[in-house]
Write a protein that binds this ligand. Structure first.
Ligand SMILES: *[C@@H]1O[C@H](CO)[C@@H](O)[C@H](O)[C@H]1NC(C)=O
Ligand SMILES: *[C@@H]1O[C@H](CO)[C@@H](O)[C@H](O)[C@H]1NC(C)=O
Length: 196
């Protein structure tokens, strides 16, 4: 038993030595690549800053692009895709929130207004934004831009339903507001894509 474990320790240390050796060789081989990817990280920050300056909501743009990886690479298209996917996550979170409120309320008028908003958000979540993401991936920026403005229209329809209804106005105000700002950022990035 003891010799067995000694052998396995030995083979373990041999293999970890081999791994170390491999790592050493690899780090020597790939040194230039390492340096250039470090450079890439720095310029990614600059790149995001440059993009966000061209959008109407700099801080929101910076926060969103910095907290998500820009895939497939840090370019305008990657930034547009991050914005659309973040919009989609936000919109589907809001739809869940609306559906939760519908279940809770016993006020018929409020329920109707919420149902109206759910009907605005369902197409956004199910069709409009997924189509926008596909369009960005395929380089069809005109169509992506159209989808995003369509989403904006739906959100403002929902928002209008609550404006002037006193207390209830604040129910979705913040969420609709953030979504419209995200739309503004996404639309600005798509404008840059269309130009370039
Ligand atoms: C909505 O967007 C904001 C701003 O980018 C972000 O901080 C938040 O996490 C998003 N919410 C969801 C549910 O994705
Ligand atoms: C707003 O909320 C109040 C109290 O919950 C309710 O009585 C009223 O009908 C609501 N109005 C609308 C338009 O949803």
């Amino acid at each position: 038993m003891r010799s067995f474990s000694f052998a396995s320790v030995l083979s373990y240390s041999t293999s970890s030595f081999q791994v170390l050796h491999l790592l050493l060789v690899a780090s020597l081989l790939f040194r230039p690549t390492h340096q250039s990817s470090d450079l890439g990280t720095t310029s990614k920050g600059d790149f995001i800053d440059q993009i966000c300056r061209k959008t109407p909501f700099y801080d929101l743009c910076m926060a969103t692009l910095h907290s998500n990886p820009l895939t497939p690479k840090p370019d305008l298209k990657g930034a547009a895709l991050v914005m659309v996917n973040n919009l989609l996550a936000n919109a589907s979170d809001t739809l869940n929130y609306i559906e939760g409120l519908i279940k809770q309320t016993s006020d018929q008028q409020l329920e109707q207004a919420l149902a109206f908003c759910a009907e605005s958000y369902i197409p956004i979540v199910k069709y409009i934004l997924p189509q926008a993401a596909d369009a960005v991936s395929q380089g069809r920026f005109g169509f992506a831009s159209y989808c995003v403005s369509d989403a904006a229209k739906e959100i403002s329809n929902c928002d209008k339903k609550f404006s002037g209804s006193g207390q209830n106005k604040s129910l979705l105000e913040d969420r609709n507001g953030i979504l419209q700002k995200l739309v503004g950022v996404a639309a600005a990035i798509m404008k840059l894509l269309l130009k370039g």
